[in-house]
Structure formats: C-alpha cells, structure tokens
Design a protein around this ligand. Structure first.
Ligand SMILES: Cc1cc2nc3c(=O)[nH]c(=O)nc-3n(C[C@H](O)[C@H](O)[C@H](O)COP(=O)(O)OP(=O)(O)OC[C@H]3O[C@@H](n4cnc5c(N)ncnc54)[C@H](O)[C@@H]3O)c2cc1C
Length: 266
C-alpha cells in the first residue's frame, strides 16, 4: 500500500502506559512538528489489509511539549483500537500532518468560568488545555480564569490523569478537578465524589455559581452524556453558543450490539 507522505507522517511510540485492561496512553515522536491548539485532535492511522484504518484522537499533550500524547479506550469490536492496542514502545503508526477541530477554550466569549465535562478518555483535550495554561499559554487571561473539570468513570483506576490534575489543582488557583465514580461498590477505597456526571454537573453549577452569563460549558466523550448534559445546561439557560461539544462516536444503529466497556458504560 502506498502511503501518501504529503498527508501522513510516521510516528514512533516512545512510551506506553496501561491503566487497566482497556485504557492506555502513548507518547509518540513525530518526524516533523505537528502544529495544533490545545483541544484539537489528530487523525491516527494503522495499515491493515492493504488500506489505512484511521480515526480521530484528541491530543493530550500541550503544543509546548516536544512529543505528542494520546489516551485510548479499547473497543474490542472496533476496527482501529485493537490494532493500536497491539503497539508498544518502538513501534510506529501514522498521523495526518494536519491537526483539526474547534473544541478550544473559548476566549472570545469574555467568560472567566469554564465548565469542562468528560467521560473517561474525553478528558484528553482538557489535559492539553490545563498543561498549556500551566505553562503560560493563556498569558494575562489566566489571572481571571476559573476552570472546573468534572470527569466521570465507572471506577477510579480509569482516571489516568488524576494525579496530574489533582496536583495541578493544588498548585493552581484557576483549576478545580472533580473525578466522580459511578460504580463505587466495585471500588471500595474510593473517597471522592460518587454518582453520574449529570448529578455532579448540577451540583457544581449551583455551588460554584456557574451562570450562563459568566460560563462556557464543554462536553467531551460519550454521546449519551453529551445529550443529557446539553439538556441540563439548556434548562439552566445556557445558549447553544456557550455549550461546546466533542462527540467521540455515534452509537451503532440496528440490531448489531457493541460491547461497551465498563469504562464508558456510565
Ligand atoms: C474528535 C474526536 C476525538 C476523539 N478522541 C478520542 C480519544 O482521545 N480517545 C479515544 O479512545 N477515542 C477518541 N475518539 C474516538 C475514536 O475516533 C474512535 O471512534 C474509537 O477509538 C473507536 O475506534 P475503532 O476503530 O476501534 O471502533 P469503530 O470501528 O470506529 O467502532 C465500532 C463500533 O463501536 C462504537 N464505538 C466507538 N467508540 C466507542 C467507545 N469508546 N465505546 C463504545 N462504543 C464505541 C461505534 O459507534 C461503532 O458502532 C475521538 C473521536 C472524535 C470524533
């Protein structure tokens, strides 16, 4: 198969971390620097059966880092993730040379408050945003920023970036990170928030006075979570303009069933 090297460049995996059976991250080194903004995604590809299987993946790393990081969930019946899952340090894959996406922190709204909601891997663009702000990318605007990240998972070991985001929350007045677990009975040691992201969103919207006049909301990951949270925000008076979304997949129609991993079955 002839790869169009105008469109794709080769990546080398320089690190892989596994968090549980179906969640892992990789750091990759690109042949040439990828230009992107925090919140954007790259298209990754693996050659299989004489063609390139390619999908979109939010970039976890900040543009200020030398290497690029991605966070994956294995979809056992999926086409690409089982191929990606086989790759380890030293292996290579392909990436389109152009990053894409409009899921960016909205600085034009004038809103100081940003409510970032995610299921599991949907935290990826928020990590990129947080790392970038922490490294000074937001400039003077950071002085007024208030960023609240609420991340839902079934169990706490699915929060791959929890240590990093908690540490950053402790040292940064502009960041608050709230992980919530929906199956606490499977996670006896969990001491944090419990319940569905929809309930946590309502709770923090109230307690932090996240009003439509001062807040932009962001929804990333599971399509059902996005639908539910959009409804909650609309009922609270948020206009479409101030609710941004990044839907990771479209649920399959018809009788074909896809095994939803525990990580995403919220
Ligand atoms: C902008 C954007 C950014 C994304 N970023 C990430 C990311 O950072 N990390 C990440 O893991 N994924 C991300 N995704 C999803 C990713 O593009 C793939 O859809 C996903 O990895 C599944 O690919 P696959 O080829 O293995 O499955 P496919 O062959 O594409 O899908 C098989 C079936 O599984 C369903 N499906 C797909 N994903 C899931 C899922 N997670 N849980 C349950 N059912 C699913 C599909 O609807 C389909 O019916 C992103 C998607 C978009 C649009």
């Amino acid at each position: 198969m002839a790869i169009s090297i105008d469109k794709f460049q080769r990546l080398e995996i320089i690190e892989r971390k596994d968090y549980c059976d179906d969640l892992w991250s990789i750091r990759v080194r690109a042949e040439s620097k990828l230009a992107f903004k925090p919140g954007q995604y790259a298209t990754l590809g693996v050659e299989s059966g004489g063609r390139m299987v390619q999908r979109a993946y939010s970039i976890v790393s900040s543009p200020l880092e030398d290497d690029i990081e991605f966070f994956f969930e294995l979809v056992p019946e999926g086409e690409l993730t089982p191929l990606l899952f086989k790759l380890g340090t030293g292996d290579s894959l392909w990436m389109r040379r152009q990053a894409r996406g409009l899921f960016l922190l909205d600085s034009a709204s004038g809103h100081a408050k940003h409510l970032l909601l995610a299921t599991v891997t949907g935290v990826a663009p928020y990590v990129s945003m947080a790392r970038s702000i922490a490294r000074g990318m937001a400039g003077a605007e950071a002085a007024n920023l208030q960023i609240v990240v609420i991340q839902a998972a079934s169990r706490s070991w699915e929060f791959a970036y929890r240590d990093e985001l908690e540490e950053l929350s402790r040292s940064s007045p502009w960041l608050q990170y709230v992980p919530t677990v929906s199956r606490p009975w499977e996670d006896a040691d969990w001491k944090g928030e419990v319940g569905r992201i929809e309930d946590l969103a309502r709770k923090y919207i109230d307690s932090l006075a996240l009003e439509p006049a001062n807040t932009t909301a962001y929804l990333c990951g599971h399509p059902q979570m996005i639908e539910n949270c959009k409804g909650i925000l609309q009922r609270r008076g948020f206009s479409k303009e101030h609710v941004r979304e990044e839907i990771y997949w479209i649920p399959a129609k018809g009788p074909k069933t896809v095994t939803t991993s525990p990580a995403q079955s919220l």
